[in-house]
Write a protein that binds this ligand. Structure first.
Ligand code: BG6
Length: 484
């Protein structure tokens, strides 16, 4: 199988926060990989813009080091790195002042796609957007890319949207949720809408419940100060898990185009029911074998911020009424494992009698690691001894199925940046989607704040607090095992 790499148009990409953590870890190594894949035109230009004083050569050596560190498993050929670095330039800029803007204007070319990546604190979004316009740097075709967190509640998200809308049209704004750029997340749509097999069963008549798990083994050490103001709800659920939920639950869009897809996702968010506190479990990891607890990592021994959350969501519409969606995510759990499991109902009647036991089909979609899909089906246990039933997996690992091409599975960021250059907004969040997500999230957060709820402690390396298991047990269900 030969993968097709379709080069994008010529572009000038300016990365504000060009020397920052995200730029060094993800954006620049991702662009380098696209360059090596032949997707970036020879003439493409990438301009780092940041407050620190550097010249272009210093910026290039920062990027060279970042490629060695963060694109290490990619063939790092010095000649290719050199050719990529030739595409780079740097401007020292003052986001809130006048310094650097004229120089930036002088660097930009006419007649190419102009994209501006705001890899900076959201507080600077409005200032940068305004200066791009007042200095005549952006035009009606230019695109801006903004990172999460997109607000911390509905009010702040509305303000950010309004600030950007003063200077850019919605069709120019690309709000990144990197989960939408993950290969398997897009595969969700291919599986659902490219096969006739699943769609007839994809509703509350046949689906008992759905589990979405995003488990991480890392703690919050190093970014405790930021994280403690967010918690798992704002950091992961309001964006990443909500996007996964939308893709799983939405109606088939009429076309795979930006507004058709985003309209359907928005309907799901708007149909989410409020959740009462019996269906939310928040947790905080404890100290363990000399490793700090969440509260120590956060630098606040009385912190009430959650590093784990599990919740039961219900969607009020014809397709899903009565089918729970269980979401959970947390830090310092047993394994790094993200999956979506669609647990079907038992067959309505067993012709094999009571002793055959109960067998439900489960479709599990593994997002990471080892991306793939498994369908648990029931078969007869081989050998003599009557009709005994067992469950076996129909397993598909994308790495195995795609052979050499699996190497080509691109990182979420690089795929999304190429979509920006192509002008395709399908995998980006629209302003109304983000606001609807906050409108649903805000009362839940306000609820536990008003109750002065204290998160339940859990042991690092576990599956989260006991109460999260109990939440499902009460309903005769159990979480799937978190395994790496
Ligand atoms: C980020 C969160 O958006 O996603 C982090 O801020 C989290 O807390 C990360 O660790 C997880 O991303 P991934 O791609 O490693 O699953």
């Amino acid at each position: 199988m030969v993968s097709r790499v379709i080069p994008v148009d010529e572009f000038d990409l300016v990365i504000f926060g060009g020397t920052g953590d995200l730029a060094r870890r993800k954006i620049l190594p991702g662009l380098y990989r696209r360059f090596c894949a032949g997707q970036m035109p020879e003439t493409a230009r990438i301009i780092g813009a940041a407050r620190s004083e550097h010249d272009a050569e210093e910026f290039k050596s920062i990027v060279r080091a970042a490629i060695h560190e963060f694109a290490a498993n990619h063939a790092c050929d010095e000649q290719q790195i050199g050719a990529f670095l030739d595409r780079l330039d740097y401007v020292q800029i003052d986001a809130r002042g006048e310094g650097g803007w004229k120089e930036l204007k002088g660097m930009m070319r006419e007649g190419v796609v102009k994209a501006f990546y705001f890899s900076v604190a959201p507080a600077l979004f409005g200032d940068i957007a305004e200066r791009l316009q007042s200095n005549g740097i952006a035009d009606a075709e230019s695109r801006i890319v903004v990172e999460k967190p997109f607000g911390r509640d509905l009010q702040s998200a509305k303000k950010l949207n309004a600030d950007l809308a003063k200077h850019f049209h919605e069709t120019q704004i690309y709000r990144i949720d990197h989960y939408l750029g993950k290969e398997t997340v897009q595969n969700l749509m291919a599986v659902r809408f490219g096969n006739i097999l699943f769609e007839p069963l994809w509703n509350s008549q046949y689906v008992d419940h759905i589990q979405i798990t995003v488990a991480e083994t890392v703690g919050v050490g190093g970014r405790g100060e930021y994280y403690d103001k967010s918690g798992a709800m704002r950091d992961m659920v309001q964006n990443h898990l909500m996007q996964l939920l939308c893709l799983i639950a939405m109606e088939p869009p009429s076309r795979f185009d930006p507004d058709a897809v985003r309209d359907e996702k928005l309907k799901v968010i708007r149909a989410l029911e409020p959740i009462d506190h019996h269906h939310i479990v928040r947790g905080q990891y404890d100290a363990y074998e000399g490793e700090p607890s969440y509260r120590e990592d956060a630098g606040d021994l009385r912190s009430r911020t959650e590093s784990f959350i599990a919740m039961r969501c219900m969607i009020s519409n014809w397709r899903w009424a009565g089918t729970p969606f269980y979401l959970r995510t947390g830090k310092k759990l047993k394994a790094r494992n993200s999956e979506i499991a669609v647990v079907f109902k038992d067959a309505p009647h067993s012709i094999f009698g009571e002793e055959a036991g109960r067998h439900a089909n489960v479709l599990s979609i593994r997002l990471q690691p080892n991306e793939g899909m498994t369908l648990k089906v029931t078969i007869k246990e081989p050998g003599p001894g009557g009709m005994r039933l067992i469950d076996v997996p129909l397993d598909m690992s994308f790495a195995e199925a795609l052979g050499d091409d699996a190497e080509e599975i691109t990182d979420a960021y690089e795929r999304l940046i190429m979509d920006v250059i192509r002008g395709n907004q399908t995998l980006f969040m629209r302003g109304d989607e983000v606001e609807a997500a906050w409108a649903w999230t805000d009362p839940l957060i306000e609820g536990w704040e008003a109750r002065a709820d204290v998160p339940k402690p859990y042991e690092p390396g576990s599956s989260g607090p006991e109460d999260s298991m109990m939440m499902l047990h009460r309903e005769g269900r159990r979480w799937r095992e978190i395994k790496g």
